[in-house]
Ligand binder design. Structure first.
Ligand code: PEP
Ligand code: MG
Length: 871
């Protein structure tokens, strides 16, 4: 059966993105909706893959199909390709399944040659226009098909203009463009040793092949790698009748979004250029006018555009990014797609669409992703510092965020400097796809030309990199490597700060704080939590972190590491005294003081949590981690303890362990010195009673978590002792509260004997950091030295400390969950190791049936979202 490689716009639909590419599928959909779309057809991605596989010329079958479709187009337009009097001119554009802005190539005005250009002059009566189109074809065709450096052409245009003392392209007359066409044709001949092909069919086939081949060009490959797009999709090619935005003052071209892609604000947002063609807006070569100005210039066109773009948005049920052209006051739609947007805009638009009843909450949650959440929490400059900062220049706020760094004027330099560990900012007149490798490594991107939809703006927004575009007051000299605004000259290596949210560039470096778009997050995480099957708690212990965690949606604390409460000068001294105690007597005083510190912390914690879950993990790390490291610290401790420095050094030596991570830590500390855990448990229970007594919080049920349990015997012994302490407090205070005593699952043996431990444990929480360390036998502190090599050699797909090792660690966890549920199906099992905040791992953890995950505060919203998306 003959494979159909070409699909007319009238035959396709938006669902066919795989076959027709995004652009082709949407052109077909718009055609179906009766929008004013210039006629055309799409050569499928399968045709591209077939071409690339065979590594040969376009097959005769494909050739024949293209010809048939051109004939149909000729019938519809009543023009003919190559006709000397009324030539059909077409555009050739790539379009893969996923939008790859500026990555693939476009050729406009195809069909022009020495003869048809005269036909166009005749037909339009406008030689200036016709020859301008022809020179554009020569330039684009030369660049895309024959690889001739665009600058070769640009240089000649600049040279010509300066020779004639012209200021801008609009000064160029018909004869000027005509002369330039001759010059361009010479460049063509000089570089390729062949004349520019005069046969329009030959032009068309060469252009189609070039688009096919461009799927594998370096910048396309880089973009795909960066965005995890498969190399095996191929690109479609769209052939479409040309309409002309460069047909004088009643024509123009533009790009518009149905809502603001930076802020999400409702209402049309875009830019246009009068008397300009196709890529001029996107390429950022001239700075366009805001679309609102079209209203005054061409009211009917503006109104029609509003109505139709609204129709598109309702049809696609999402914000649209639309390319349009106006030819002699007639509007055409050349492209529509779901608009790329900042995280803030994505959140806002989702919320609006739900409120407008266009999409459901569930759908909204599927449209938000974890990266957007990270971007929403983007940094902003410290307001007080910002007041003191010196403004260098202002431009368009193209992509939000705040960044400081040293400036470079080429992508290559930026890349090199970043490889040396420098924070870099890329400054260019405008960026192009060739700059992608430099843009990826930059903290911020600044351009002196181009609008909100220019390459720099679109790409930076996509990457979540801060960007100020169209900084017209800055003169960027890429050759001299300097940027000038007024009297100030910045040179390569100077430091600036870029505020992508306001579009301001400052001299020097400015400290920043995290972003504050939290209300938007609250709405989304609020929806995500509705009906969530597993909970999300926080790993936090300081009041600041607990507040952050609660604000970001935590339903409680899943891991408060008490050792983190012992840092700080005053406390560490007491811990050191406790460690140095040689007998039970001398333990009492430091433990009493530590108890007071702990009680203060726990009271604050319970008060902030207002009755929400609170799992407090008793002291875990090896004690020597708290010991003084420097001579100065040893002397200080000697003064505090009345021990000699020699005695302290001796004790440090005694505490030294060969394998501290496998040594005297966790519950083992309490087996040898139970007083430490007893003090901690007393502090927890007494604080809970005190806060509850104040009567504001109805019920506090502290969950006391013992780390590093490996056997039922250990757990039972410790539990008994701790319960004695608790009972004593109940008697002493004449108060009784509920509490739980549970353990972590961090030791493989604990997982394998979990059904036994479950008899004496009220709850469990997987400590996947230690469990991974002990299952793999990879030291969590040292594995960084070799994991990279494992990944490079493909011995490991990913770092098991970042993403759960499903086969190994995951199997152990599954065994443990099954064993525990067998004893008591209602027992709570959580996860509090680092993978608890990793979306990929959360999907697995949810599958094996844990009740909640606990992670650091800033990872909470993404975790909540992941769980909702998996429902
Ligand atoms: C763990 O081991 O996963 C854990 C949460 O405890 P820590 O990281 O404090 O050892
Ligand atoms: Mg641990």
């Amino acid at each position: 059966m003959l494979v159909k490689y070409v699909v007319d716009f009238s035959e396709g639909s938006k669902e066919q993105g795989d076959l027709l590419g995004g652009k082709g599928a949407n052109l077909a959909e718009m055609t179906k909706l009766n929008l004013p779309v210039p006629t055309g057809f799409t050569i499928t991605t399968e045709a591209c893959l077939d071409y690339l596989k065979k590594k040969e010329n376009i097959s005769s079958d494909l050739n024949a199909e293209i010809r048939q479709h051109i004939i149909k187009m000729e019938k519809r337009t009543q023009k003919k390709l190559g006709d000397a009097l009324d030539p059909l001119l077409v555009s050739v554009r790539s379009g893969s399944k996923f939008s790859m802005p500026g990555m693939m190539d476009t050729i406009l005005n195809l069909g022009l040659n020495d003869e048809t250009v005269l036909g166009l002059v005749q037909k339009t009566g406008d030689g200036r226009f016709a020859f301008d189109c022809y020179r554009r074809l020569l330039q684009m065709f030369g660049d895309v098909v024959c690889g001739i450096d665009k600058n070769r052409f640009e240089e000649q245009l600049d040279f010509y203009k300066s020779k004639k003392r012209y200021h801008s392209d609009t000064d160029m007359q018909a004869e000027d463009w005509q002369e330039l066409v001759a010059v361009y044709k010479n460049i063509f001949l000089e570089v390729t040793h062949q004349a520019f092909p005069q046969n329009p069919y030959e032009q068309l086939m060469l252009a189609v092949e070039a688009v096919f081949r461009s799927w594998n060009n370096r910048r396309a490959v880089t973009y795909r790698r960066l965005h995890n797009i498969s190399d095996s999709l191929g690109t479609a090619v769209n052939i479409q009748e040309m309409v002309f935005g460069n047909f004088g003052a009643d024509s123009g071209t533009g790009v518009a979004f149905t809502r603001n892609p930076a802020t999400g604000e409702k209402g049309i947002f875009g830019e246009f250029l009068l008397n300009a063609q196709g890529e001029d807006v996107v390429a950022g070569i001239r700075t366009p006018q805001p679309i609102s100005e079209l209203k005054a210039l061409m009211p009917e066109v503006y109104q029609e555009f509003l109505t139709l773009s609204q129709l598109l948005e309702s049809h696609y049920r999402d914000m649209q990014d639309i390319e349009f052209t106006i030819e002699n006051r007639k509007l055409y739609f050349l492209q529509t797609r779901n608009g790329k947007r900042t995280a803030k805009s994505a959140f806002k638009v989702c919320i609006q669409l739900v409120e407008e009843g266009i999409i459901s909450k569930k759908e909204a949650l599927q449209r938000i992703n974890q990266t957007m959440i990270t971007q929403l929490l983007h940094p902003v400059f410290e307001p007080d510092e910002l007041k003191k900062a010196v403004v260098f220049a202002k431009g368009l706020p193209a992509s939000p965020g705040a960044a400081s760094g040293t400036i470079y004027f080429t992508a290559e330099q930026a890349k090199k400097a970043s490889e040396q560990g420098e924070k870099v900012i890329l400054i260019r007149q405008e960026t192009s796809p060739e700059d992608i490798e430099g843009m990826v490594v930059s903290e911020a991107i600044v351009t002196s030309r181009g609008g909100m939809t220019s390459h720099a703006a679109v790409v930076a927004r996509g990457m979540g990199v801060c960007c100020v575009a169209g900084c017209e007051e800055v003169y960027v000299d890429e050759f001299l490597e300097q940027a000038t605004a007024g009297d100030v000259i910045l040179r390569k290596g100077d430091t600036i700060s870029v505020d992508g949210t306001t579009g301001t560039i400052y001299l020097g470096s400015i400290p920043y704080i995290e972003g504050d778009e939290w209300q938007l997050l609250e709405t989304i995480t609020g929806w995500a939590k509705e009906g969530a099957s597993i909970g999300v708690k926080a790993n936090a212990e300081t009041p600041a972190d607990i507040k952050t965690a609660l604000k970001l949606g935590a339903q409680g604390i899943g891991l408060a590491r008490t050792e983190h409460m012992f840092f700080g000068e005053e406390r560490i001294v007491e811990i050191r005294k406790m460690i140095l105690a040689e007998n039970k007597e001398s333990l009492i005083a430091p433990l009493d003081r530590l108890k007071e510190f702990q009680k203060n912390d726990f009271r604050a914690m319970f008060t902030l949590l207002e009755g929400k879950a609170c799992t407090i993990r008793l002291l875990d790390p090896p004690l020597h981690e708290f010991l003084p490291q420097t001579e100065e610290e040893i002397i200080h401790l000697a003064n505090e303890t009345k021990l000699t420095t020699a005695e302290i050094k001796h004790r440090i030596e005694e505490l030294h362990e060969q394998n501290p991570m496998l040594g005297h830590r966790g519950c083992r500390l309490a087996v040898t010195t139970p007083e430490i855990y007893e003090m901690q448990v007393a502090a927890i229970i007494e604080s809970a009673i005190e806060v509850a007594q104040k009567g504001v919080i109805l019920e506090i049920v502290p969950e006391i978590m013992i780390p590093l349990i490996g056997s039922k015997e250990e757990m039972a012994w410790l539990r008994e002792r701790l319960e004695q302490t608790i009972q004593t407090i109940f008697v002493k205070t004449n108060q009784v509260i509920s509490y739980k005593i549970g353990t972590m699952l961090e030791i493989p043996r604990a997982c394998l004997t979990a059904e036994k431990i479950a008899e004496v444990s009220d709850f469990f929480s997987f400590g996947t950091n230690d469990l991974t360390q002990l299952t793999y036998g990879f030291s969590r502190d040292d594995s960084g030295k070799f994991i990279g090599a494992y990944q490079e050699k493909k011995l490991l797909k990913e770092d098991p400390f970042q993403h759960i090792d499903e086969d190994g660690v995951g199997s152990l966890m599954k065994i443990a969950v099954d064993k525990i549920r067998h004893v008591d199906p209602s027992i709570t099992i959580g996860v509090c190791g680092e993978v608890g905040g990793d979306p990929q791992s959360i999907r697995f953890l949810k599958k094996i049936g844990v009740d909640y995950i606990s992670c650091s505060p800033y990872r909470i919203p993404a975790a909540i979202l992941t769980i909702a998306q998996e429902q």
